[in-house]
Design a protein around this ligand. Structure first.
Ligand code: MSP
Length: 645
């Protein structure tokens, strides 16, 4: 579809995130993926609308608010600024931040429900079965790997809860054949295709009607004409993709006509079924066109486990931001994780990629160019006569741009980055083999031609890498004395325009910082710090109150490979969640001696990297020698997570 400005439109969405906590690395990943995709389409000359936001109703949110002893609305409100700030720091250029507690959303969902009730797609019945709270999903026999008298959720493997209630049902079964027809006619609906088979076989095995209301909950969109029920959270949440752009709102008809259907819904594999089965059926029932693509990514894992707060293995995106920088983290996540698979996250690997790909390959290329140009007093770079070597580099760029176009369109962002880095390597090798520092001594014209070619290459690299690392690439362009209007079709320009630009090089700081491996350094600093503590210094009570001491229960404990001091603890802090904490007490305690013990921890210590993983706190202990050594434990069992006063 073309809008008024005759640009092709591109409407892209992220999942809306449960407003039960601040964003984590998994939600950041979905969002960065969508942002890179949105920026790519923008710089291909398309008109982009990018929606993100928060999912604020449902039992999970309600229970989290109850645990925090805060009213649900105030509870969800408290996380919104966290999201907005973090998205801004990570350069997420969204068009709208959607919240499902918005009045316009509630009303539009009710219009949708009324329409479906009226036409008989929704009916009243009785539901009795199993419910998984973390996934907000009903677990049927077909879903559950082990359907016993108390089945586990197939998606998250956690225990389910039995519920029996009168409920409104959506006639999903009536859409089975239409869904299968749709899948057949739209083989590229799910990206990557590898994930399609699971959906098709699930639908083929038979769809049951789904319960879409809850009578035991009040925190939700009230059902029209029956306020003893609220809407099941997924039925409300999925509709955000249409309500945000004006569905069932008289004053936003044009907006809806302009943007719907979505071109791309981005999500993780755990929520693919909702988007690939329920969502198209909901839209069919509303007689609306279906989205063009679902971009489904895998999980960020640490070892064998999905990274998650409840497992205690998550890394705070805010911490990564301050330690490594937003562009660097964006690059790593987009390069490291192929959307076809789950991917491993490790800080060592992150540091290694920043050092090798960013600081060495790309940053050094710019530095060498700037230093050489300055040394030879040539900051204004003009085109010169080209030879086969330059032509080859130009031809390589052409073919790489075509590969990048292909990979970006099929969601293989990591492959697009690989191809771009192939060009970075080719430019480095061109620069090296042409030896401009030697040529400068005897042939100024040839010197200029080489430097100009390297500068044009860097200009192309900055343009192609912009969707992944916008800020750093704008700095790179500035160092070349250029800027780009990324709302124009920059890719066609790169393909068509000859290399005849003039550049004015600007002195600039290093684009990227190297991170050399600092194995074991942490252990040393820990010992040194405790030895040099000045016990005579007095502190004010305010200073002491800055330290958050909490009681946690040690639920897992293992020796750390390659360390004779450290133990790795998984510590549960009750409603505060779980954390990984390292402690240098391997010589004093066997791991099994600590299991299920409550102990006192410094809870608000800045996370520190220990042997490649972050430690989020510190176990308190007394003494230096094994004979007189003790960890600090409460004298009686107390509430896990309690704050010490
Ligand atoms: N509220 C629903 C989505 C409704 S959309 C109409 C929801 N929210 S969520 O807060 O749980 O966030 C979901 C997103 O975060 C998903 O895309 C999910 O895959 C992603 N991730 C959460 N943990 C993740 C990893 N460890 N790795 C990668 N992404 C993961 O579900």
């Amino acid at each position: 579809m073309h809008n008024e400005s005759s640009k092709k439109k591109f409407y892209i969405t992220t999942p809306i995130y449960y407003a039960t906590a601040a964003p984590h690395l998994g939600t950041l990943y979905s969002t960065i993926l969508a942002d890179a995709c949105a920026r790519w389409h923008k710089m291909c000359g398309e008109d982009v609308y990018f929606l993100t936001g928060t999912d604020e109703f449902g039992q999970k949110v309600f229970e989290a608010a109850q645990n925090a002893q805060i009213a649900p609305q105030a509870f969800v409100d408290s996380f919104i600024q966290n999201y907005k700030d973090l998205w801004q720091s990570y350069q997420i250029a969204y068009s709208q931040f959607m919240r499902t507690t918005n009045e316009f959303h509630i009303k539009a969902v009710q219009s949708w429900l009324k329409k479906l009730l009226h036409q008989g797609d929704i009916y009243k019945g009785e539901y009795s079965g199993w419910y998984c709270l973390p996934c907000e999903t009903y677990v049927t026999e077909k879903d559950s790997a082990a359907f016993t008298d108390k089945p586990f959720c197939a998606s998250c493997q956690r225990e389910t809860k039995k519920i029996s209630e009168v409920s409104y049902f959506f006639k999903l079964s009536a859409y089975q054949d239409r869904l299968l027809d749709f899948y057949k006619n739209h083989p590229d609906f799910i990206i990557p295709q590898e994930r399609y088979a699971e959906v098709i076989s699930f639908v083929k095995s038979g769809l049951q009607d789904i319960s879409i209301s809850r009578s035991t909950l009040t925190w939700g969109v009230p059902f029209p004409d029956d306020d003893s029920h609220v809407t099941y959270v997924w039925a409300d949440a999925l509709n955000n993709y249409i309500t945000a752009i004006g569905y069932a709102q008289d004053d936003k008809k044009d907006m809806f006509a302009q943007w719907w259907p979505a071109d791309m819904h981005v999500m993780g594999k755990d929520i693919m079924r909702f988007h690939a089965i329920y969502w198209p059926a909901f839209l069919m029932a509303a007689q609306l066109p279906l989205p063009h693509h679902l971009l489904v990514h895998g999980w960020i894992k640490v070892g064998d486990h999905k990274m998650s707060k409840s497992r205690g293995n998550s890394i705070d995106p805010q911490h990564l931001l301050t330690t490594y920088g937003s562009d660097e983290v964006r690059y790593y996540l987009l390069k490291q994780l192929a959307i076809t698979q789950d991917g491993q996250f490790s800080v060592e690997d992150l540091e290694q990629k920043i050092t090798s790909d960013l600081a060495n390959d790309l940053g050094n290329l710019l530095n060498r160019l700037l230093i050489l140009a300055e040394k030879n007093n040539c900051t204004t770079i003009i085109p010169g006569t080209i030879t086969d070597a330059e032509k080859q580099l130009q031809m390589l760029l052409q073919s790489i741009i075509k590969d990048v176009q292909h990979y970006m369109n099929v969601g293989y962002f990591h492959m697009a980055l690989s191809r771009i880095w192939h060009f970075v390597a080719a430019t480095n090798s061109y620069f090296h083999t042409q030896e401009p520092w030697k040529v400068a001594q005897h042939d100024k014209e040839r010197f200029m031609a080489i430097v100009h070619t390297a500068t044009e290459s860097l200009f192309a690299i900055a343009t192609l890498v912009w969707p992944f690392m916008p800020h750093k690439m704008e700095l790179l362009l500035r160092a070349l004395g250029r800027s780009q209007d990324f709302s124009k079709d920059c890719i066609t320009a790169l393909l068509q325009e000859p290399w005849n630009k003039t550049f004015t090089l600007q002195k600039t700081e290093n684009l990227f910082k190297k991170h050399e491996p600092i194995i074991k350094q942490e252990e040393k600093t820990m010992t040194e710090t405790s030895e040099t503590l000045n016990t005579k210094t007095e502190i004010a009570i305010e200073d002491f109150l800055k330290i958050e001491l909490r009681v946690g229960i040690i639920q897992a404990c293992t020796k750390v490979a390659n360390s004779d001091k450290l133990l790795r603890l998984e510590v549960n802090f009750g409603t505060e969640g779980k954390r990984v904490i390292f402690s240098g007490i391997q010589k004093m305690y066997a791991p099994e001696d600590l299991l299920q013990k409550q102990a006192v921890f410094v809870y608000n210590l800045k996370p520190r990297k220990m042997m490649g993983e972050f430690s989020h706190g510190m176990l308190l202990a007394i003494g230096n020698d094994p004979e007189h050594f003790s960890i600090v434990i409460p004298e009686k069992t107390v509430l896990t997570g309690s704050l010490l006063r």
